[in-house]
Write a protein that binds this ligand. Structure first.
Ligand code: PFF
Length: 455
């Protein structure tokens, strides 16, 4: 394939790829979703399974996605098409790209609503509305927000608009610039919050809750708990839908796949664990429930900020940074579809973004209504937003990831992968091949089987 023809851009250097991919990985998944999901399934045992999934399934699949992108150089659909053709495999492999775009659209529709919450809270914090909150008032404040469809509509629209703005401007103009300074700042603030939680929260209990595996906490929901831990690993690492693949396509030739993978996954995991170390000590110190669901950080962190000197400033800063972290992830969810639309229809990036983003924005409205006016519409006991969150992370991403692993491990030749990996370390490469051919696909299949009671 002629590279220059399809590719939508190129990162300006090696560090930018790492930053962009970490920007994609680190987001609401780490700070909003990880604590509340861990809290729903009882803590330590969930965290242990999550970490195992990162190591045995997430790492090899992330390397596979980067490798496929770097080799295929295009949107996931065209990269997979080109690679399948080069290896005389069926063109149908490109459907992994289609599945990815559908998954991405569904994810972004609810992700943007939650991104809107962070915007809303940043404004509330700046206006001093979070000052002096106790647990009961923090709960009321959150309920008031999600009960108000107009307010949610405004913040969802703003958030989606921000994501579309960056994607429309393209890889180096938009994506790169937004990401460069955010990650370090967020990291420093999170460390500061951990120190605060250690001083004022019930730190020991929080740590034990996170790191002491107690499988009895799964109760009779072990299948669902393990499935959710795996889904969280996929969601948090941005795997299974082509987001990391399309970022890999913009990678410079000389960047090595293996080391980048470990770095990105390491940063992502660290941020999630730090978020847990902030949230749970505060939860226990204030006699709150870890299992309150998606409102967890919005109901707990404001209490901590209320006690902090200069709490108003820190709260504002925190929600702004969280919003930006969500923003850099949202753009990566949108990118595969926009890259494909721009390639396939020769539309400008701006048009492609408007089309994909507009559709997702509409879907997002259904998500936000499911929190209030449409809360009676449920399936399997879940409203639209919760259902999309559950199905995309726990079913669609792992399914996409499993197919990616099979494609990278069994279809693409050993020599082609070795060349693209760009490493001289044969041992690492052999280990990766083993993981991606056997461990990752079989692992996902086993978790699925366990969830439906077959194993
Ligand atoms: N990894 C992002 C987060 O943790 O918030 C969410 C995400 C981004 C999921 C990109 C999937 C994706 F393709």
């Amino acid at each position: 394939m002629a590279h220059g023809e399809v590719i939508q851009g190129r990162w300006s250097n090696r560090m930018t790829f790492i930053l962009a991919a970490s920007g994609s990985a680190v987001g609401l998944g780490n700070i909003w979703r990880f604590p509340y999901t861990a809290g729903e399934y009882g803590g330590g045992a969930f965290v242990l399974v999550y970490l195992l999934c990162i190591a045995a399934i997430g790492l090899p699949i992330m390397a596979a996605e980067i490798m496929l992108g770097k080799r295929g150089r295009g949107s996931p659909v065209s990269a997979l098409t080109a690679l399948a053709r080069a290896h005389n495999a069926a063109g149908a492999w490109r459907s992994i790209g289609w599945l990815g775009m559908l998954t991405g659209a569904l994810i972004l529709s609810f992700y943007s609503v939650i991104g809107g919450w962070t915007l809303d809270y940043a404004v509330s914090a700046a206006a001093g509305r979070l000052a002096g909150l106790d647990a009961a008032r923090a709960h009321d404040l959150f309920s008031a927000m999600i009960g108000d469809p107009y307010r949610l509509f405004v913040s969802h629209t703003l958030f989606m608009g921000l994501a579309m703005l960056v994607v429309a401007r393209g890889v180096s103009g938009g994506l790169e610039r937004a990401i460069r300074w955010l990650m370090p700042t967020l990291f420093v603030l999170l460390i500061g919050l951990v120190v605060f939680a250690a001083q004022t929260g019930d730190f020991v209990r929080g740590l034990r809750y996170l790191f002491e595996p107690d499988f009895a906490a799964f109760g009779n929901r072990a299948g669902e708990a393990v499935l959710s831990a795996m889904g969280q690993a996929f969601f948090s690492l941005s795997l299974g839908m082509g987001a990391i693949m399309v970022y890999g396509a913009y990678m410079q030739e000389g960047t090595v796949v293996g080391r980048s993978t470990v770095l990105i996954a390491g940063i992502d995991t660290l941020v999630a664990l730090l978020a847990g170390m902030v949230v749970f000590p505060i939860v226990f110190a204030n006699g709150l429930e870890p299992a309150v669901g998606p409102g967890l950080i919005f109901e707990t962190l404001p209490i901590a900020f209320a006690e902090l000197p200069a709490g108003r400033l820190f709260a504002t800063l925190f929600f702004i940074l969280l919003m930006i972290a969500a923003w850099t992830s949202a753009i990566s969810v949108l990118e595969p579809a926009v890259a494909w639309l721009a390639e396939a229809t020769h539309a400008t990036r701006r048009r492609a973004t408007l089309l994909a983003g507009g559709t997702i924005w509409l879907l997002g409205i259904a998500c936000l209504l499911s929190l209030n006016n449409w809360s009676h519409i449920t399936l399997f006991g879940k409203g639209i937003l919760d259902l999309l969150d559950f199905v995309t992370s726990n079913v669609m991403l792992p399914l996409g990831g499993m197919l990616i692993a099979v494609f990278a491990g069994w279809v693409v030749s050993r020599s082609a992968t070795l060349e693209t990996f760009g490493i001289s370390d044969r041992f690492t490469f052999t280990a990766w091949r083993l993981l991606v051919r056997y461990v990752a696909p079989v692992g996902v299949a086993c978790v699925f089987a366990h969830a439906v009671g077959l194993l």
